[in-house]
Design a protein around this ligand. Structure first.
Ligand SMILES: [Zn+2]
Length: 272
C-alpha cells in the first residue's frame, strides 16, 4: 500500500512573544525568533503545513479511501494540498511529512507577531478562538491571577482567514467543561461554534477542549454539535486509527529551546 503509517504532527502553541515581567503562565509564550526557527526547521525537513480541515482531507485520502486510490483521488489530494499558501512538489509529497500548527485561545499576539512570520514562511495554522472574548481580554486567565492579554478582534480573525488560516472553536468563556453542568457545557461547545460561524460566515470544523479537559460525555457533545474533530493537550501524533475527537498534539512552550524542539519532534515521530 502506498500510504501506510503516515503520522501527522499537530503542534500546540498559545502566544507569540516574550512573557511580561511577573507573568503567571510564562510557559504559554514562544519567542518570535524561536517560532520562526521551529517553522524553518520543519520546512527544511520537508514537512507540509496543513490546517486541520486540510489534515482531515489528506488523512481521509491516505487512510479512508486508499482502497480505491487512483489518479483522480491523487489529483484531488494534490489540489487540497496546493490550496492557499500550499506549495507541494515531489519531495515533500513523497516524504509524506505533515504538520499542523494550532494556537489555543486566540491571543492577539498570534496576529500582531505570528502572522508576519507565518506569511514569510508561506505556512498556515489553525486558531482556536474563545468566541465570547473576541476583541476583549483573557478573562479566564485574569481570574487565575494572570495579567491582561488582548484577544483577536473580529477584523483580525477575518484577516487571518484571508491569509489561509483556519478558525476553530474553544468554547465561549474557557471553562473546565467537566466541572460545569452538562447543559452549560453543551452551550459552551455548541454556542461557540454557532457564534464563530455567524461572525465569520463559514463553517467551523474543529474544536479544542480548554485545559485539555474532557470526558466521554463532553466528547459526545462535541460530536453532536457537528464538529469534524477536536484537539486535546495530551502528547502524541495523528496516525492510522486515531480518534478525531481526541487529537493529540505536541505542546511547544517558552522553555522549549531549539534542541528540545528537535528532540520532541523526533520522539513523537518515532515513539508515538
Ligand atoms: Zn485554552
Amino acid at each position: 500500500m502506498p500510504y501506510e503509517n503516515i503520522k501527522f504532527i499537530i503542534l500546540l502553541y498559545h502566544k507569540i512573544g516574550i512573557p511580561p515581567e511577573g507573568a503567571k503562565f510564562p510557559g504559554l509564550f514562544v519567542k518570535e525568533e524561536e517560532f520562526d526557527r521551529q517553522i524553518k526547521y520543519l520546512k527544511r525537513k520537508g514537512y507540509v503545513f496543513l490546517t486541520l480541515s486540510e489534515l482531515k482531507e489528506v488523512y481521509d485520502a491516505h487512510y479512508n479511501y486508499s482502497h480505491n486510490y487512483n489518479s483522480d483521488s491523487k489529483a484531488e489530494l494534490r489540489n487540497c494540498l496546493v490550496s492557499g499558501f500550499g506549495r507541494v512538489n515531489g519531495p515533500a509529497f513523497k516524504k509524506k511529512r505533515y504538520a499542523a500548527i494550532t494556537f489555543d485561545d486566540g491571543s492577539r499576539s498570534v496576529y500582531s507577531k505570528g502572522l508576519k512570520i507565518m506569511k514569510e514562511n508561506g505556512i498556515k495554522a489553525t486558531i482556536f478562538m474563545v468566541s465570547g472574548l473576541t476583541g476583549g481580554f483573557n478573562d479566564w486567565d485574569i481570574k487565575n491571577g494572570e495579567g491582561g492579554d488582548e484577544m483577536l478582534s473580529l477584523d483580525e480573525l477575518k484577516e487571518m482567514m484571508e491569509n489561509g488560516m483556519e478558525i476553530g472553536a474553544h468554547t465561549i468563556t474557557h471553562p473546565h467543561l467537566t466541572q460545569i453542568p452538562f447543559d452549560a457545557a453543551f452551550n459552551e461547545i455548541n454556542g461557540s461554534k454557532k457564534a464563530l460561524e455567524e461572525m465569520l460566515g463559514c463553517r467551523i470544523n474543529f474544536f479544542a477542549y480548554p485545559y485539555g479537559d474532557y470526558d466521554e460525555k463532553i466528547k459526545s457533545c462535541v460530536e453532536k454539535a457537528g464538529f469534524t474533530g477536536a484537539c486535546i493537550t495530551e502528547t502524541g501524533v495523528v496516525k492510522k486509527g486515531s480518534d478525531f475527537f481526541t487529537l493529540k498534539r505536541v505542546a511547544i512552550r517558552h522553555n522549549t529551546d531549539f534542541f528540545k524542539f528537535k528532540r520532541k519532534i523526533f520522539k513523537v515521530k518515532h515513539f508515538y
